[in-house]
Design a binder for this molecule. Sequence first.
Ligand code: G3D
Ligand code: MG
Length: 278
Amino acid sequence: MPDEAMKAKILLLGDGGVGKTSLIRRFVVDQFSDDYITTIGTKVTKKDVIVGRPPNTVDVIMQIWDVLGQKGYGGVQETAVKGAQGVLFVHDLTREDSRRSMEEYWMPMVWRLVGRVPMVIVGNKVDLLEDERVAAHEYTYYLHEKYDAPAVMTSAKTGVNVESSFRTLGELMVEAAGIPIERIALVTPPQEPVDRLIRVADKIMTDFCYQLGSVEAGMPVVKRQFERAGVDVRAPTLSSLQKAIEYLGVVEKDFKTESEIAENWRRRVGWLEGREAV
Ligand code: G3D
Ligand code: MG
């Protein structure tokens, strides 16, 4: 168990097509997909990273914001930037314009809105480089010196340096937060008493989304399966939630192992039957 935990809002910023969504997917679910899905607005994914060495470790609960990179969405982008505690500035190593834009558009935007928060400069798609690899490496080093920030070459496709980029950012944020002096309480404040089965339903929904990697991806599935199971979210019954748990387990066959599914099922039934606190 880590000694400390901190929540951190981190952002991936850079032009459209540089690989932000792919980097997040690689980091969070360790997958790469070739189909280009344009990010609509913003998308938030959660992932815990343990940084530091025992016995001084910190659990950094990253809220990773994928922000659409298309120009003209300044409103969405600026809203997303507010409150950012760390940024991965991403450019495509095969597209000089994306590097310029990172330096001339994205970096100034962040500095204007939230100041000089911890940052890592990411040159993505290193797998596509051949002869230019050495020059790209030198340029990456130059960016590191220029901005006094870690600069790395990554590939969401092969996975190289992806995890370490996020981890490095996590370490910088922990340092910036002044931990261990600063402790961030993770306990939720006392709440109004809520019907136990509502709390269970809520717990199952968030658990499923968490397991899937995101609320945006998970919620539509939850909604469909809860409807099929006949769960009335205002007054869920034991039997309808039982069904919902079964249905969600079936859906998970597409992306979880047998043992993970069994483990999820046990945990959720435990909440439902009151054997585990919700
Ligand atoms: P974005 O979220 O920054 O807009 P995406 O970028 O993650 O959607 O990626 C844009 C395109 O670049 C996608 O390809 C994606 O597969 C590809 N890509 C992302 N990272 C890498 C990488 O490291 N190496 C290679 N070779 N390709 C990458 P398409 O072809 O679908 O446009
Ligand atoms: Mg995207």
